[in-house]
Design a protein around this ligand. Structure first.
Ligand SMILES: C[S@@+](CC[C@H](N)C(=O)[O-])C[C@H]1O[C@@H](n2cnc3c(N)ncnc32)[C@H](O)[C@@H]1O
Length: 246
């Protein structure tokens, strides 16, 4: 994990995403209070947290289980003048201790899968106020007949990966109204995530050239990027925006 974290720390994002997609998802949340209370689960370095602070002018609890990401987020928030809107919280999403019906909005880009999509939906439903909104990105298969190389990569990482239709069925079964869904563009995998990661892999491979354990971590990450570049027609991240049913 040590080398994994060294690779990820310092990247602009912890997963695919971009501010334009964050803004698009937020645009469906039409009748929010003036200063909504928002929970960002698995916020990482928090590019989307800061964007949400700008969009909502509310308060955001930014939850992650890795303190260096929260530190990075708060440094960036200070630089942009939004530190007062963001409350960092070091806690596992498996142990969230909020009261029921606390939040106007729950947000989670590329992280709810750590709970599992179904369990994550149920947990968010419990924590949202009536009429609260949920926005989540989730890894999905975009086409049938997935090449074996993609299956071999995704299923050990995320055995629960499904197609968009199956995720929509889970959303409806969890008592949410789906307001919109859209696939993240390829640029949101590359610009703030894989392109800077490729640069870091190069540097770290040199730094740890005699360390087999570290090199294996960086090679696996490089393989992930190669799989994406070759097969991105078959899988992606889907943004799902929903509202809790009354
Ligand atoms: C793929 S990254 C996404 C980060 C950020 N949302 C983004 O889009 O840039 C997943 C994040 O979830 C966090 N995470 C993983 N397991 C967690 C857990 N059990 N509780 C809270 N956060 C967790 C990681 O530290 C990481 O920051």
């Amino acid at each position: 994990m040590e080398y994994f974290y060294e690779l990820y720390t310092g990247l602009p994002r912890g997963g695919p995403g971009d501010n334009m997609s964050t803004r698009k998802a937020f645009s469906y949340m039409v009748d929010l209070p003036v200063k909504p209370l928002i929970l960002d689960i698995g916020c990482g370095p928090g590019m989307q947290t800061i964007e949400l602070a700008k969009l909502s002018r509310g308060s955001i609890i930014a939850l992650d289980n890795y303190q260096p990401f929260l530190d990075e987020l708060m440094n960036n928030a200070k630089r942009e003048g939004f530190q007062k809107n963001i409350i960092p919280k070091l806690q596992s999403m498996h142990e969230m201790d909020f009261e029921e019906e606390t939040f106007d909005v729950i947000w989670s880009e590329g992280a709810l899968y750590f709970l599992g999509f179904k369990k994550g939906l149920d947990e968010c439903h419990r924590l949202l106020k009536t009429d609260g909104y949920l926005a989540v990105t989730e890894g999905v298969y975009l086409k049938p007949n997935i090449p074996q190389a993609v299956v071999d990569f995704w299923e050990p990482e995320y055995p629960d990966i499904k197609d968009i239709k199956s995720n929509i069925e889970l959303i409806e079964a969890a008592d949410f109204e789906l307001l919109s869904h859209f696939t993240l563009p390829e640029s949101s995998w590359l610009d703030s995530f894989y392109d800077p990661m490729e640069k870091r892999i190069k540097l770290l491979k040199e730094k740890y050239k005699d360390n087999k354990t570290a090199l294996k971590v960086f090679e696996t990450a490089g393989h992930e990027i190669d799989v994406f570049k070759k097969y991105s027609d078959y899988f992606g991240y889907e943004f799902f925006v929903m509202k809790k049913n009354k």
